[in-house]
Each structure stands twice: as C-alpha cells, then as structure tokens.
Design a protein. Sequence first.
Length: 139
Amino acid sequence: MKFEKADPSIVKLFNEIAHSSSEKKEVEERKMFGYPCRFVNGNMYMGLHNNNMILRLSEKDRIDFLKLGARLFEPMPGRIMKEYVEVPKEMMIMGKDKSTDDLKAWIDKSLSYAMTLAPKKKSKVDKEKRKKRNEEESP
C-alpha cells in the first residue's frame, strides 16, 4: 500500500502542538513510516499518517472522542489499530475564531494514557537502526 506524503501545513501544526507535550523529558520524537510521531516509554501516543493526526487513547476517552467526530485509525483497509483514533479535521483547523486548546487537551489525555502503559525495552540493535534511518531521512 502506498502512503501519501503529509501536507506541510499538517506537519507544521503537528510539530507545533507536539512540542508543547514534548516538554516532558520522557517524550521521544521519532518517525514511523516516514511520518513524525511522539513516544513515551517506547509507546507511541501521537503521530501523523497520510494527512491524519492520530492519538492513542484509553477505551473511555476513545469512546468520548469518537462521539466528537473522530474515527478509528485504519492504516490499511480492514486493519484497525484498536487504541488509536484519527483526530477530526475540524479540530486541526486554526483560525481567527479557533484555537487548538481542545486538541491539546486530547493530546494530554493521550500522553497520560501512554504513560500508564508498560515501558517497551529498547534493544541496542533497534536504537542503531533507528539512528541510521533518521540520518538517512534527514535533509
């Protein structure tokens, strides 16, 4: 399956919003499938995929978020990632009368949830592969 490159404006918004949650020292910036993502304790809690922002939420928060127009994240048809949801497009639009406060609140919930998950162990091989891949992807 071919992924589409994320629109630069969405990447910019993601990086601006993710930066505020990245102030915690445990947060790690990484790429997954060429898209920027944020991880805590080795667990992804937010990222981009195509032109969608995705969040990892607890079951209760996920149900509430779906009521606001979010969709379950399905990177490939028929392959739903059960804890992840796509942020509604309206929530990603900034303008004169709109702020990203609601989105930031959901990102905080996503980060809080991911911090409750068991940490993933990093192997030396994974760390070296990731470093090499990030060097190759950098402009």
